[in-house]
Design a binder for this molecule. Sequence first.
Ligand code: CUA
Length: 324
Amino acid sequence: MVSERLAAPVLGAVPGYMPARASSVAEGVDQVFAFIFWLSAFFLALIVVLTVVFVVRYRKRPSRLEPEPSPSHDLRLELLWSGIPLALVFVLFGVSTKTYSRMTTLDPGAAPLRIQVTARKWSWWFDHPGGKGAGELHLVVGRPTELVMASADVIHSLYVPDFRLKQDVVPGRFTRMTFTPVLPGTFPVVCAEFCGTDHSRMSAMATVHPDQASFDAWAREGVAPAASLVELGKKVFLSKGCVGCHSTDGSPRVGPTLKNLWGRSEKFADGTEALVDESYVRESVLRPAARITAGFANVMPPVPLDEREIQGLCAYLQALKDGP
Ligand code: CUA
């Protein structure tokens, strides 16, 4: 998943691929990055050139067999090569602190959009204001945004390359990230902290709406109860992270496939068996560690679904058995 849009080339920018600068903090991050890049390039060139010059100039020659006398100490030189790096790291500290503070303080202006982010193996969940939850992130151009992030299991890291933002999501605490989107469009969201088998597939999309009306229209739709239980179940399956580990086509993945699962007798790691019915589905969702299907690892986190969502999931499993 790679952004189609690239950052506009600017004087002094680092050459090569850079995704679009789609948030208020992106420009500052790119400036700090370019500064470090060109500083490193300058010193790399300087050191390599001086090395070559000295190797050639002071090589062994027939007329020069003994080492030349050299001074043992030069105070001015030592002050110079301590002072210049010290000044440079202070400049770096200043420019990066300025950029970092923008990632932790809300921009003034419109009322901030506060979104709760939940990370779990291996999916993202975004609860937007007004009750709309989704597996995708929705934002508004120009509206200051705060993401409050929690993890249901291990350490994940929310990374949006086009926003130049990355923040660890740590179990047992909340982490925050603030910015203002500046470009409408869709941008990839990925996990940047290795979190297990499907870490590399733990991705989502961020949609930045061009105006508040467009966001409101999206936030309203689907908040009413879904039309049918099967539809609701399918939505739960696709949006609550089930699809990250369970297939619907019969192929086993991290977890057992859901195709033809309903109504069959499932064998467990401890040798017991049980019929896959409503109460088994309920237990598997809320307390997945209670009974582990033989041949699979105990890796599924509890998924806090409500009654209706569990009902929907059961209806969806039945449809997967009857359907093609
Ligand atoms: Cu979540 Cu890697």
